[in-house]
Design a protein around this ligand. Structure first.
Ligand SMILES: NC(=O)c1ccc[n+]([C@@H]2O[C@H](COP(=O)([O-])OP(=O)(O)OC[C@H]3O[C@@H](n4cnc5c(N)ncnc54)[C@H](O)[C@@H]3O)[C@@H](O)[C@H]2O)c1
Length: 287
């Protein structure tokens, strides 16, 4: 299962060991990269290491990788709680989607890492140009938007910031290819491509439900059968997390003032009620 990593050599660091950081680190180590996985929260770091080990064990049990490949992939993950990633060639950031968290983190990384190190952010909604402005290397700064779950989703949106150099773009595309992913290059517009298309669709599902046009089950069925989507909008929101959806919608709405992205009051009420989706056991549906 080790893919070729000849095009991009060296060590890679992933900062933020949550849902996405774990998935990205696993993809990197299975491709053969020595991967430093950083988190400020030691419990998150322990949980991440456990999650990656059990996920790799599952691949072994399904004969998708050999025992030896699995063991060597696990040994390439280096968990650490400090930001000493100066020996990495690329740093991929996957911490909370807040400028107040990402900005100071990039400022610190900029001090720690040599000038040639490339920074990639997995942000869903924050402009890459804005995050790059926290560093002295905006030409070596890019967006690398993976999708969840990373092992199952083939796409990476690659976002070009205002100053991103062609060299940085080229390196990022080669890394994505080494990971076995397909890429779409997107300019630095709010929500990039996937969320710009998805949010209005999910919002309209809420509008239809609030209007009493159909039940949520029927709206899901209509979208599955009529559009050949693998999941209906309410099922998808339950998977993504209603709070995540609300944040993404609000962020794009703030940056575009386009009412198509204004979160529907019904979605807001569900979040206030704590019905966040699968992760809390209940969202639009009970799980
Ligand atoms: N969850 C998704 O479906 C999804 C999909 C695509 C992109 N994203 C983006 O990926 C990023 C991470 O999302 P997630 O869902 O993995 O979040 P998460 O909450 O699961 O994990 C974030 C991790 O970052 C850590 N962290 C916070 N501040 C830190 C710091 N200064 N240094 C080191 N670690 C720090 C936290 O302890 C936590 O473990 C966000 O920008 C999000 O928008 C998420």
């Amino acid at each position: 299962m080790n893919r070729t990593r000849d095009a991009v050599k060296g060590k890679i660091a992933v900062v933020g060991a949550g849902t996405m950081g774990c998935g990205i680190a696993q993809a990197l180590t299975l491709t053969g990269y020595v991967t430093t996985l950083v988190d400020v929260n030691s419990e998150a770091l322990d949980a991440a290491a456990e999650r990656i080990v059990s996920s790799i064990r599952m691949l072994i049990s399904r004969n998708q990788i050999t025992e030896v490949e699995g063991r060597s992939a696990i040994s390439r993950i280096v968990p650490q709680s400090d930001l000493n990633v100066s020996d990495s060639d690329i740093v991929i950031e996957a911490v909370f989607d807040k400028v107040e968290v990402k900005g100071p983190l990039f400022r610190e990384l900029d001090l720690v890492c040599p000038a040639n190190v490339v920074f990639a952010s997995n942000t869903s909604t924050i402009p890459i140009t804005e995050l790059a402005s926290y560093t002295q290397r905006p030409d070596r700064f890019i967006g690398m938007h993976f999708f969840n779950p990373v092992h199952a989703m083939d796409l990476i949106e690659v976002i070009r910031g205002f100053h991103t150099s062609e060299e940085t773009m080229d390196l990022t595309l080669k890394l994505a290819e080494a990971l076995g992913k397909k890429t779409v290059i997107v300019e630095d517009v709010p929500g990039f491509t996937v969320n710009r298309v998805l949010v209005p669709l999910l919002n309209q599902a809420c509008v239809l439900l609030a209007e009493g046009a159909a039940t949520k089950e029927d709206i899901d069925q209509a979208v599955r059968l009529g559009l050949r989507h693998p999941m209906g909008p309410f099922q998808l929101m339950d998977l993504i997390g209603l709070d995540v959806m609300l944040d993404v919608s609000e962020s794009i709405f703030q940056r575009t003032s386009d009412p198509a992205f204004r979160p529907h009051p019904l979605l807001r009420k569900m979040v206030q009620a704590g019905r966040l989706g699968r992760k809390t056991g209940a969202g639009w549906y009970d799980h």
